[in-house]
Design a protein around this ligand. Structure first.
Ligand SMILES: [Zn+2]
Length: 299
């Protein structure tokens, strides 16, 4: 069974010139292999209009074939579309206390009209400023809720990608275990699966380029190769995660990591690479759905 591997990058649209450059350099790097990135774009970063530098850079990479999809609306905090979720809570344990402290303020966010309004505002910005119609959503910090899925269905977005198969990519952080070894969850399917409101959840395999990961390079390259090999036995689609600020932390490491995985997928005939937009358009993402997701969301 050949697997489609997808490189994705989050938090596009936020940050200054160094983040724009990190995105551009990663896109150019992939182009050398004939590959394209799926970029998850924040349409109204921290509640402000996206800068002209981002808009121009995004129009250019989109013309070069890179895929632009929707990453929330403002990403102002980590609770935009639902309560805090793992593994964001591994990266930042204080999210749990913050959510409890702000509970009365935050819970009213998670209504269908409110979340639908947020998504529609994001879609409007995509149309106007980027000339793009997104088909996939990724909730900021993986914070999701049942009304969010219903809102996505109502606006015609049938794919969401924010649950994780592995959170080992954050175990190098000072407050974590420090153990960089393969560890996958079993509470969600490892394939794309049909979930709330019939939206398809496309789980993230792992992230290997979070800030500081370069200090454990050999261990991260090893676990990344193991993950990429194992997922080929289990799923027809595998989503790999990066962030602008993660790859920007050490671009040379990010290039080596990506180079290693691309060579490995090709040498071992595990499959090939595509963007999420391509896999939606050609029906491969729909054909990769192999399960129904468990009812695990409380809100
Ligand atoms: Zn994000």
């Amino acid at each position: 069974m050949a697997t489609w591997y997808v490189w994705t990058m989050d938090d596009i649209g936020a940050g200054g010139a160094d983040m724009v450059e990190a995105m551009q350099r990663i896109c150019r790097f992939l182009e050398k292999y004939g590959l394209r990135m799926t970029l998850f774009v924040i349409p109204k970063p921290s509640g402000r209009p996206m800068g002209e530098d981002w808009v121009n850079a995004l129009r250019e990479v989109h013309r070069a074939g890179h895929d632009l999809q929707l990453h929330g609306l403002t990403h102002k905090d980590c609770f935009e579309f639902g309560p805090p979720n793992w593994p964001a809570t591994d990266i930042e344990p204080s999210f749990l206390e913050e959510f409890e402290r702000r509970r009365e303020e935050l819970l009213p966010r998670y209504t269908l009209p409110n979340l639908r309004g947020h998504i529609e505002e994001g879609l409007g910005i995509f149309r106007e400023r980027l000339g793009v119609e997104p088909m996939v959503f990724r909730a900021p910090c993986g914070a999701i809720s049942k009304p969010m899925f219903e809102a996505l269905r109502q606006v015609g977005i049938r794919y969401e990608s924010s649950m994780y198969i592995s959170g080992v990519g954050y175990e190098h952080l000072p407050h974590r275990s420090g153990v960089i070894a393969q560890k996958w969850v079993n509470d969600i399917p490892h394939t794309p699966f049909r979930w709330y409101s019939d939206v398809v959840e496309v789980p993230i395999l792992n992230e290997y380029t979070w800030r500081g990961a370069w200090q454990r390079e050999q261990e991260f390259l090893a676990v990344a190769k193991e993950d990429v090999k194992r997922i080929a036995q289990e799923s027809k689609v595998a989503v790999l995660l990066t962030h602008t600020h993660g790859v920007g932390d050490n671009l040379e490491y990010a290039f080596r990591l990506m180079d290693t995985l691309i060579e490995d997928v090709r040498a071992k005939n595990l499959g090939d690479f595509a963007t999420l937009g391509e896999l939606v358009a050609n029906g491969e993402l729909e054909r990769a759905v192999e399960a129904v997701g468990p009812d695990i969301l409380s809100i």
